[in-house]
Ligand binder design. Structure first.
Ligand SMILES: Cc1cc2nc3c(=O)[nH]c(=O)nc-3n(C[C@H](O)[C@H](O)[C@H](O)COP(=O)(O)OP(=O)(O)OC[C@H]3O[C@@H](n4cnc5c(N)ncnc54)[C@H](O)[C@@H]3O)c2cc1C
Length: 407
């Protein structure tokens, strides 16, 4: 049986951060991932861009492996401002992990874990480790070991992201400039040049009038009163974050099956809608649909500390800080995107809050950390902490801690 100091389970951005930092610190590390590629939400669910890792006045809060990852993506022409190409992300992450010295195990679905630790993948491959870092996004390993979780009466809605190609971006923005009240973003002024803007990053949240007209005509039933998309690095390609489905339990495959089916139908409905109603999309088509719905919120562990909404909005600091963030509380309901419904409270202007290491420590358990979106936090606090730069930072810190513990 193979032996490792540390097994990182789950190769999303948190798991990659954990494996890279632990291996660089000299630990013998295995990174195990159930898919045939790395990235989790950022690839399998087509999530982009990186949400802000800065304060409202531009102080950088997350550096380290996150900064290196963005440089590597840029070197491969895989980034436009904070948006990235999901295929290049898969390759960059795999190279980054390999260079760190961590061993990679793909198509490895965790099926059992026993104290000690003896970890089984796919029901037939058993590996031993001194320390586990659970980055499964739903704390699967911790659940198998009997960890406690914070109660949840409801969960954020799930979204099936998809990319459209063949978009005349300049035409979309030229139209947006003519009717700013029809948009939450972009709010263009006389000085904004659609041609120049279309070569960079922008957010489109709107087409309220078109959505209302299509709904009135019975041609559009997707939740919400607007569509939301941002560009991918390749010209003419945009990434839609517009479908929504509610799930009563994001770990119930029956629920997820319904959500996958519902949101896929929504994606095709959005494609028909934009081709008919949205200037610039006349010849656009869906180029790719995510492999699986993106789950924003799943199990949250009961940790040695529970990050709260008050910690976020007051900008609380901790001695055992592992990540700093100023991202607002962003909890999606099943109503989709609605005009006044995006984001709520954030830390004070120019300030940030911190996530303590104790939020990654399942209460009463030793030699295991849980990093990423399933940290120990209340629902609103998780709604802020869950963004990708934070998950990478949490993973990076977990990897360093585990490497020290297994020395
Ligand atoms: C629709 C949507 C839009 C979002 N928008 C943004 C955005 O614009 N910007 C931003 O910064 N953040 C955004 N987020 C949040 C962010 O993408 C996620 O919170 C973050 O990527 C989570 O990273 P993670 O590594 O914790 O978990 P995940 O990305 O979920 O990774 C978990 C990994 O574990 C693997 N795994 C699970 N179970 C097992 C098992 N049993 N055995 C082996 N492997 C397993 C999975 O395959 C996966 O690769 C969004 C999230 C969603 C869902």
């Amino acid at each position: 049986m193979k032996n490792f100091d540390i097994i990182v389970i789950g190769g999303g951005v948190a798991g990659c951060g954990a494996a890279i930092s632990a291996a660089r610190r000299g630990a013998k590390v295995l990174l195990a991932e159930r898919q045939g590629f790395l990235g989790g939400c950022s690839t399998a669910s087509l999530v982009s861009p990186f949400m802000s890792h800065k304060t409202s006045d531009g102080k950088v809060l997350v550096e380290g492996i996150f900064a290196e990852l963005t440089h590597r993506l840029r070197d491969r022409d895989g980034m436009l401002a904070n948006a990235f190409d999901s295929e290049i992300m898969k390759e960059v992450l795999a190279d980054f992990v390999a260079e760190s010295g961590a061993e990679l195990l793909l198509r490895a679905h965790l099926t059992d874990v026993r104290e000690g630790y003896t970890v089984t993948f796919n029901g037939n491959t058993t590996i031993k480790a001194k320390f586990l870092i659970d980055c499964t996004g739903n704390a699967s390993a911790a659940a198998m070991l009997g960890a406690e979780f914070l109660p949840a009466k409801e969960y954020q809605s799930v979204t099936l992201m998809f990319d459209m190609a063949g978009v005349d971006e300049e035409r979309v923005l030229a139209y947006a400039k003519t009717c700013p009240d029809n948009f939450l973003y972009p709010k263009m002024t006389d000085f904004d040049d659609p041609a120049e803007m279309s070569r960079g990053i922008y957010t489109v949240a709107g087409f309220f009038d078109e959505v209302a007209a299509a709904k009135a005509a019975g041609e559009y039933c997707v939740p919400g009163d607007m569509i939301f998309f941002i560009p991918r690095p390749r010209r003419g390609e945009v990434c839609f974050n517009t479908t929504h489905a509610s799930v009563s339990d994001p770990n119930d495959p029956f629920e997820l099956t319904r959500a996958e089916r519902e949101t896929r139908k929504q994606a095709r409905e959005i494609e028909s809608f934009v081709r008919k109603y949205v200037p610039g999309f006349e010849n656009a088509y869906i180029a790719r649909i995510a492999d699986e719905v993106g789950v924003r919120e799943s199990r949250r562990i009961l940790g040695e500390y529970i990050l709260t909404e008050e910690d976020v909005v007051t900008g609380r600091k901790f001695d055992d800080c592992v990540c700093r963030s100023a991202y607002p509380i962003d909890v999606h309901t099943m109503d989709g995107y609605i005009k006044d419904g995006i984001m709520s409270s954030a830390p004070p202007a120019g300030d940030w809050y911190e996530i303590p290491l104790r939020c990654l420590m399942p209460r009463g358990m030793k030699n295991i950390l849980v990093a990423g979106k399933c940290l120990s936090a209340t629902r609103p606090a998780q709604g802020s902490a869950r963004i990708m730069p934070n998950c990478i930072a949490m993973g990076e810190a977990a990897g360093l801690y585990a490497a020290e513990k297994t020395r």
